[in-house]
Design a protein around this ligand. Structure first.
Ligand code: MV4
Length: 449
């Protein structure tokens, strides 16, 4: 097992990783920008190294500074968390070249999944169902026309280097295809320096369901069920659930078996998430994330597993040590992301937290690095806390979340807590009747009053 881990991240996820390290008896090194000197995770770490000025590119994305910090502190592994360098294959490679362990997949697998075309063709060959569309990259507008005619309009042109909603263009009809093709390619070239694009049938009312998997270096792969992440606005998730209100246990077992078999054949290792669009009872793989995700706690709550601990054990070469049938799904979990934003305009509201009173009680979990007196810096993501609840049933989880949100006191900055309260009261949400478009429509209705 490692004796010292450097945590290449900040905020709540740095604290989350630190907590797993503590329980494993591993010492921790925090790295921080000059804007995060007073952060909770910096105070709690065994050692801390300042790696640069506030701008992420000069600190949390500064590979040389992070590797220097690892070297001078004698760390033997690096956990990247999510965002920042977590899906940077060159970083993973450089970490390993310095004789340190990257807690995550191989650079090769990160690179493979970073290219959405390679990800799809790989998954297709491994038996994972996809959205109907082009078989690989589009070579020409003529080819786009042929594929679109075959799968039927509307279609989407997507950038190979895109993902997370960047670099997509819809063509509702054939008359719109040429425009979508050229705009998508121009934008992809400008944004990613790569104008490769592919085509998919556009699904008009899907849910976003993702599957959490874990693979060790001994050929064992398990899944921990799905999360429903359909409630998002502008590709920012706001509320996630495990399991999905749309799936049965049998559907979970079926897609889980397909995914674990695929990743076993791939020789994947560590944590991964397969993203699917789910519509009309069909799963369509769209992308794979090769990192720990923000919303991992809902999975932890229903499976009673510590996913960060599992990542660290696996990176140290330990076998998973249990099989799929040992993983029991119990109850329902919901996560509300608490952002320091105006709940109506979503404008970030950095500032000093004057009062902080987190909720508690049975089945309530807070993942946050907040404290009274903390200054939320303006340079980073506005998420300041995750409130997670678990209860025996979905409706009980909703009531527990409402209760916990009512107890939650954060003063000094505006937060999206009032929006969460309204979502949890909505009859359609309570029925589990929503798609990826639901939240944007809900927000528009709220703004109209
Ligand atoms: C789609 C789609 C409909 N049809 N692909 C957006 C983010 C990227 N990961 C994939 N995305 C989508 N791909 C087909 N063939 C609709 C979306 C989409 C979406 C997906 C998941 C969560 C939120 C979304 C919001 C808008 C569009």
């Amino acid at each position: 097992m490692f004796s010292k881990i450097l945590i290449a991240n900040r905020g709540e996820i740095a604290l989350r990783i630190l907590r797993a390290c503590r329980e494993l008896g591993i010492r921790t090194v925090a790295v921080h920008s000059t804007a995060d000197t007073d952060a909770m995770y910096v105070r709690l770490a065994d050692e801390a190294v300042c790696i640069g000025p506030p701008a992420s590119r000069d600190s949390y994305l500064n590979v040389a500074a992070i590797l220097s910090a690892a070297t001078i502190t004698g760390a033997d592994a690096i956990h990247p968390g999510y965002g920042f360098l977590s899906e940077n294959a060159d970083f993973a490679e450089t970490v390993e070249a310095h004789g340190l362990t990257f807690i995550g997949p191989t650079a090769e697998h990160i690179r493979m999944m970073g290219d959405k075309i390679t990800a799809k063709t790989t998954m297709m060959a491994l038996g994972v169902p996809l959205v109907p569309g082009s078989d690989g990259a589009l070579e020409s507008l003529e080819q786009a026309r042929e594929v679109a005619a075959k799968v039927g309009y509307p279609v989407l042109i997507k950038a190979a280097a895109g993902g997370g909603g960047r670099g997509m263009k819809v063509a509702p009809t054939e008359a719109d295809l040429e425009e979508a093709w050229s705009v998508a390619r121009t934008e992809a070239r400008a944004a990613f320096g790569n104008d490769e694009v592919y085509l998919e049938k556009y699904l008009d009312k899907p849910r976003h369901i993702e599957l959490q998997i874990m693979a060790d270096t001994h050929g064992n792969v398990v899944h921990y069920g799905e999360r429903d992440c359909s409630l998002q606005r502008r590709h920012q998730k706001l509320l996630e659930e495990a399991g999905s209100p749309a799936l049965t246990a049998r559907q979970r077992d079926e897609i889980g078996a397909i995914a674990t078999s695929a990743l076993t054949k791939l020789g994947y290792r560590n944590a991964g998430t397969l993203e699917f669009l789910y519509q009309d009872g069909q799963f369509c793989f769209i992308e794979m994330n090769t990192r720990l995700q923000v919303e991992h706690p809902v999975t932890e709550m229903v499976c009673d597993v510590d996913l960060v601990r599992e990542q660290i054990r696996i990176a140290a070469g330990e076998p998973i040590g249990y099989s799929q049938s040992d993983i029991k799904f119990s109850g329902h979990a919901i996560e509300c992301r608490i952002n320091a934003e105006d709940p109506q305009t979503f404008m970030p509201t950095p500032g000093t937290i004057t009062v902080y009173h987190p909720p508690g009680g049975l089945g309530v979990r807070i993942d946050s690095a907040l404290y009274a007196g903390y200054r939320v810096p303006p340079y980073y993501d506005s998420m300041i806390a995750k409130l997670i609840v678990r209860a025996p049933t979905r409706l009980e989880a909703i009531e527990r979340m409402r209760r916990a949100l009512d107890e939650f006191v954060i003063e000094g900055v505006k937060t999206v807590i009032p929006l969460h309260r309204k979502i949890l009261e909505d009859p359609q949400f309570r029925k589990g009747d929503y798609t990826i478009h639901w939240l944007e429509n809900f927000v528009a209705r709220q703004q109209q009053g």
